[in-house]
Structures are given as structure tokens and as C-alpha cells.
Design a protein around this ligand. Structure first.
Ligand SMILES: C[S@@+](CC[C@H](N)C(=O)[O-])C[C@H]1O[C@@H](n2cnc3c(N)ncnc32)[C@H](O)[C@@H]1O
Length: 439
């Protein structure tokens, strides 16, 4: 045990600790020290929420040297075309999973302050053949990442280790684009256990074991809010009972680890922490300034928009079929070059079938949906349509406000009824609405 550690001492301790863990394969989080690579893979799937398909393309070394306490990519909604930043990327497991999702139109930045981790992660990216991932050496509280350049920040069991969590969250808010998302798995404490005895809080082994630096859940979320993030919440908790806390503390992390406990202090700690420490799934978002949303341009979609446009539709649970074929009749609302909303139409004779009205969750509430609907109607007129129809179960009220009325599907031309949208929509609950257009 030592006296209070300075921020630099904390970081040096963490760097040393994780360099050693890379060499020994020891752990952070609840699992036995001498676990096999296959055992680690199973525990990632059974306990931490990794899907077998996520781990398929990830080199065995990255799986074996993963040190997380959850799987942020299980709830991050990473999308093709996204720029993803993984804070404390370790040996690269989550970056390599994200790289598969964002595809060649997107990219992934892994950031870690431990040189050995960066080297190992680069090696794993080479083994995986991932060309859309880069690893940067740097500190979470002063990240070498441009302002407003990231769509999604993920992090797995890292921020508990950072001595200045407020600064880390300020950095998260700085690097995110407006509307950008946060998905973090991290260790936090129950609010009534948040004040660990000083001797424990400054114990280097307990620090590296992801316990001593953990703070209360409310304090954690408040720090995110103070940094300017919104929609901050814990969506799930994996609470560690006494037995799991014992595994945490006995993962061979020097004097604190192991089963020797001559003074009984570890038993006391287990009893103190059992049920009061957990791995939390934490989400948040960088808010969109209203003036930015109001000033957003609505433009014709181009081929380069297609991946982002399709993922926008996917996250709104709208069909992607036919979008590419009708791209010339699609509009996008673009912020800093990236689609954050879209609407399109298909021309069937003189009838325009309006479809694919979607606004990114972070950009809702600013009237963008209405503007897109009005613009796509104008586009229909410009393309010679005399009538607009749509099939909807989500924007019925908006359509009614814009003058659409419910009609029988049978009253529509056969070509419209034969369109993919109509033939594939088995849902009777969807309203069929139409409006005569004035040229
Ligand atoms: C528990 S490990 C998790 C690694 C990885 N996220 C995973 O799931 O395997 C913590 C990692 O965070 C890094 N780390 C800790 N504090 C950091 C900081 N302030 N800035 C950057 N990296 C940090 C460590 O070097 C280590 O690689």
C-alpha cells in the first residue's frame, strides 16, 4: 500500500500493470488468472455479451488478451460508414469488431496510453487484415483526435482507471460530432459504497484490478452530464457478488491478489463490495445545437451517401430494398457532409410513392422530418407526379398535417400496388395515405 498516488503515478501504475498483464495473460475483471484462450472466448460470450459472430474475424491473440468488463459493441449501434473511437483499446478486440461493422466506408481509431498495448493491437490488426483501423498512443484526458470528428465513442473497462474522469468526458464531448453517440462498459460502485477506505483507493493492485479507481454510478453519470453529454443513462448492470469480487481480487495482481489473506482485509473488502460493484452499460449522446439543426441543408443524394443512408434506414427499421435503384429520387439532410436524415420517392406512372423518411435519433425534435417530407413532395411535383402516396405506421400524424388522407389500397394504380413496398408490407396496421399534388 502507498500514500495517495498523483495522477502521473496512477497512469504509470496502470501502464506497468497492463504491460505485465499482456505478458502474463492475467486479468482485469472477474475470471480466473490461468484461463485458456478457449476459456476466455467462452467467458466473453457467456458472461460479457460477445456474440460468436463478432469474435469470428478476431485473431485468437486479441481474444486471449482482452481485458474488458462488457461488450460496448453489443449496444453501441455501430453503423457502416461510422468513425468509431475506442478509448483504452488495449490489444484491439473491440476495434477489430467495430471495423467489421463500419466497413471500408468507415474507420476505427483505437487509443491507448500503454505502448505495449498499441504494438500488440497493431499486430492483431495486421493479422486480421483490417485496413480501416489505426491505433494511436495517447491519453484519454488529452486525446490526439480532432474536434467533432467521431460518430461513436466506445470504451471497455477503462475510464475507472483514469484519474481525471471529468477531463476524459470533456474530451469525449469534444471529439464527438453533434448527435454522436457514446457506449461504455465500465466498473462503477453503488452510491453508498462510493467512498472506499483511502488505503484501498490508493492500492496500486486494486487500481489495476479496476476497483480502486471506480466511482459511484451517480457521480459517473453526473460527470458525463457536466461535460455536456445528454441522454446519459445506465441501461444494464452486471452486479458482482462476493464470489465475483473474490475473483477480481485474486487474479494474481501482486500482494492484493492470490488467496493469501493473513490480516483478513481481503475478506472484509469482499464483504464490503459484494453486490455493490458492477459492470454498467452506459450510454449518452452529444446534443445537437438547435441553430445547427435549423440551418441544415437538404440536398439530392449522391452515390457516396448510399452506405450512410442505408444504415440510417436500418436504424429506423425501414426497408433498404430499392434505395440504390431509386437514389436519383432521394434527398438527404446533411451535417458536415454526413446524412442525418433522408426521404425518397419512387415514380410509378404519375404517382409518386413516398418512402424512406428517416431522421437520426440525435437530430429529432427540430422539424427535420417535416422539412424532408415537404421537400420530397416538391421533388415529386418537379418530377411530374400528380399524386403522392405513402404507406406508414410511424408518420401518420405528420402526413395528415401535410394534407394526406387515408385511402383504400385497392383504389391505387396496379403499378403502385405491385411495388416492392406494397407487396412486402404484410402489416395491416400500416396506413395507406394519399394526396393530390398541385403542379
Ligand atoms: C482493462 S484494460 C481494457 C482494454 C480493452 N478495452 C479491452 O476490452 O480489452 C484498460 C486499458 O485502458 C488503457 N488505459 C487506462 N487508462 C488510460 C488512459 N488514461 N488513457 C488511455 N488509455 C488508458 C490501459 O492501457 C489498458 O490497455
Amino acid at each position: 500500500m502507498t500514500d495517495k498516488l498523483s495522477h502521473d503515478e496512477i497512469k504509470d501504475t496502470v501502464k506497468r500493470g497492463y504491460t505485465e498483464r499482456l505478458q502474463t495473460g492475467s486479468c482485469c475483471g472477474p475470471r480466473p488468472a490461468a484461463i485458456s484462450p478457449e476459456g476466455r472466448r467462452r467467458s466473453l460470450q457467456d458472461t460479457l455479451g460477445y456474440a460468436p459472430a463478432q469474435l469470428e474475424g478476431v485473431p485468437a491473440g486479441a481474444v486471449a488478451s482482452s481485458f474488458g468488463c462488457g461488450n460496448p459493441l453489443a449496444f453501441a449501434d455501430a453503423r457502416p460508414g461510422d468513425t468509431v473511437l475506442d478509448i483504452g483499446s488495449g490489444a484491439g478486440i473491440d476495434c477489430l469488431i467495430a471495423a467489421q461493422t463500419v466497413g471500408t466506408a468507415g474507420r476505427v481509431i483505437g487509443l491507448d496510453m500503454t505502448e505495449a498495448m498499441i504494438e500488440r493491437a497493431r499486430e492483431h490488426a495486421r493479422q486480421a487484415g483490417a485496413t480501416n483501423v489505426e491505433f494511436r498512443l495517447g491519453d484519454a484526458d488529452a486525446m490526439p483526435v480532432d474536434d467533432a470528428s467521431v460518430d461513436l465513442v466506445v470504451s471497455n473497462c477503462v475510464i475507472n482507471l483514469a484519474p481525471d474522469k471529468e477531463a476524459v468526458f470533456r474530451e469525449v464531448a469534444r471529439v464527438l460530432r453533434p448527435g454522436g453517440r457514446v457506449a461504455i462498459s465500465d466498473i462503477v460502485l453503488s452510491d453508498d459504497a462510493a467512498e472506499l477506505p483511502a488505503a484501498l483507493r490508493h492500492d496500486p493492485d486494486l487500481l489495476v484490478a479496476c476497483v480502486a479507481g471506480a466511482i459511484g454510478e451517480s457521480a459517473y453519470l453526473d460527470a458525463m452530464r457536466r461535460a455536456g453529454l445528454t441522454e446519459v443513462a445506465v441501461t444494464e448492470r452486471m452486479v458482482y457478488g462476493e464470489e465475483t469480487v473474490r475473483e477480481f481480487l485474486s487474479c494474481g495482481c501482486g500482494p492484493t491478489g492470490g488467496d493469501q489473506d493473513p490480516t483478513g482485509s481481503l475478506a472484509k473488502l469482499r464483504a464490503t463490495l459484494g453486490g455493490k460493484v458492477w459492470s454498467a452499460r452506459v450510454v449518452g449522446r452529444k446534443p445537437v445545437p438547435p441553430e445547427l439543426a435549423r440551418a441544415i441543408a437538404i440536398e439530392s443524394a449522391g452515390a457516396a451517401d448510399l452506405p450512410a443512408l442505408l444504415s440510417l434506414l436500418r436504424s429506423a427499421s425501414l426497408p433498404e430494398t430499392g434505395v440504390e435503384a431509386h437514389l436519383e429520387h432521394f434527398l438527404v439532410a446533411r451535417s458536415a457532409g454526413r446524412p442525418v436524415g433522408c426521404a425518397g420517392l419512387e415514380l410509378h406512372g404519375d404517382t409518386a410513392l413516398l418512402r424512406s423518411l428517416a431522421v437520426d435519433a440525435g437530430w429529432r425534435g427540430f422539424g427535420l422530418g417535416r422539412r424532408l417530407a415537404e421537400e420530397v413532395e416538391r421533388l415529386a411535383v418537379a418530377r411530374g407526379a400528380g399524386r403522392a402516396v405513402l404507406l406508414t405506421s410511424t408518420v401518420r400524424e405528420l402526413a395528415a398535417r401535410l394534407g394526406f388522407v387515408e385511402v383504400e389500397r385497392a383504389s391505387l394504380p396496379a403499378e403502385v400496388r405491385g411495388s416492392w413496398e406494397f407487396t412486402s408490407c404484410a402489416c395491416d396496421s400500416a396506413s395507406c395515405m394519399a394526396k393530390e399534388l398541385k403542379g
